[in-house]
Design a protein around this ligand. Sequence first.
Ligand code: ATP
Ligand code: MG
Length: 647
Amino acid sequence: MAADSVYPISDSMKNAHINREQYEAMYRESIEDPDGFWGRHGKRIDWMRPYTKVKNTSFDRNNLSIRWFEDGTLNASVNCLDRHLADKGDQTAIIFEGDEPDVSRYVSYRELHEKTCRFANALKGLGVKKGDVVTLYMPMIVETAVAMLACARIGAIHSVVFAGFSPEALAARIGNGGSRFVITADEGVRGGRRIPLKSNVDQALEEPAANVVERVVVLGYTGGAMQWHDSRDVDFNGLMEEAEPWCEPEEMNAEDPLFMLYTSGSTGAPKGVLHTTGGYMVYTSITHEYVFDYRPGDVFWCTADVGWITGHSYTLYGPLANGATTLLYEGIPTYPDESRLGRIVDKHQVATLYTAPTGIRALMAGGDHVMDGTSRASLRLLGTAGEPINPQAWEWFYRVIGNEQAPIVDTWWQTETGGVMIGPLPGAMELKPGSATRPFFGVQPALFDSEGNELEGATGGNLVIKDSWPAQMRTIFGDHERFIKTYFSTYDGVYFTGDGAKRDEDGDYWITGRVDDVLNVSGHRLGTAEVESALVAHDKVAEAAVVGYPHDVKGEGIYVYVTLMKGEEPTDALRDELVQWVRQRIGPIATPDVIQWAPGLPKTRSGKIMRRILRKIASNETDNLGDTSTLADPGVVDELMEYRAFR
Ligand code: ATP
Ligand code: MG
């Protein structure tokens, strides 16, 4: 992949924390002397007992060890709260923006600290102990942050399940975690619609998998009707009133678990990723400061739901560890209309907006005017994560949302990695739309071929990481064998990411998509991201998904699903035009064999295209679609099957 355009380091980033020379020097040190580097930077957070050991890791699958700062002790909630009280007690920690545009709340560090302590005491009173798993099934509201931090304060392991998941999906996650406690609300509200959280929990608890649950703490939030089970349900607000406002934090070892979290489920059965305390706090804090060039006083808005890793690391832990003001938005970016995102930025003078390509493409489909009436002049930096961003969407984000004034950091990482792994530091790197550019400190990416040979220079291959970094996941909860098998058995001695990537002449990385999604057309390997980006570059295309299907001659044929811009008509002429368009942009090898119009695409609840389902539809294996429980809108699949007949 070559960059169509390169954006030099912007003037606004000339005084960024890290410039190019500093990046080079610090990166070198982080690789050559990880103990020295992390030993120094580990001190950016507060330890109860300082560590004397820094890195103790081995990627040898027979002798796997991932331990960081292992003799240090700390508490994550103390790092997010107590240590800011002296000088930032009255500063806003969380800006809450409600679903309805006239609702906002400002919660200071002092208030957040008190609420957290109260709820921590309440949990203790219910019998929650260090090491217990507590499941959260909550809206995007302040109490959710309070509940997470309260778990951290007493050493309980939180397991946040995205509130869009069905009762069955929730039950499976509760059962997998052996969670005796669930925290929920009567209802959530998103885009003007109410979500019956409590009733979903009630249904989930009827499933055999979830019969471990003893207590359900229920927040009366909307006041909506619900059933109450006296022997099991407890009122959140009542607990808070009765609880003491100070709670002694639990002294946690660096390697004690902080939380578990299930991956998005794009590829198959979700994995309960386990993160520990010390390395995670150090890494989310340092990446939040440097990748986003965080400055005291900046309002930081990560739009991800706290049900995903991005919400854990960059709505909550990273920003709060750094004493930032973080924005928590309850709703969706298009409610009550498409200008909402811009309105929130203006209202709260947001400096950094960190979001996902899927949301950008959704806004882009409405045209440039969707931001009319908003200035977005406060934005200093933009960021994306979650999927490859098509250069077309990147340019639109930069031009229309950022007014060509805010650099974009395209950050590649995973639930498993805990924090950003590859992404530009805005004061140190030129930007290339579609490229995540360079590794963060301590991260050693490499490209391997399928035989396990490391590839050098400008080339494409399977993305691996050669050595450990502090926020690496430690295991799959309850299934260490699966952990080793998934990440350490494809190749010897390296962490396998499951993603494919290319490296260009400058050494910059371009993520091409999941390795399972790579197409093999007549012996040529083609990344789905590349073909999709070519399609999205066409004026009439809003979104595209590309998969392979069995083809007699080519081995694999290219099957394309296309969602058109609002108001565009699907015609045969347009179909032919798109085929030619891709041919011209990439080459005859990438010529689509089938183009199917798609009013919507199947996505995970975090907004990622689920290509494994599209593959099944393309190859007509529709009676066995696999696990669809993580789909955002199962109706889309039926629609696509109907459209298939008219493709
Ligand atoms: P599952 O592992 O259950 O299939 P998932 O991989 O979608 O779900 P996440 O951990 O949320 O769950 O997502 C990580 C993946 O998202 C990466 O492995 C990569 O495929 C993709 N990704 C994340 N950020 C980027 C990015 N900036 N560019 C390209 N791809 C990205
Ligand atoms: Mg994954």
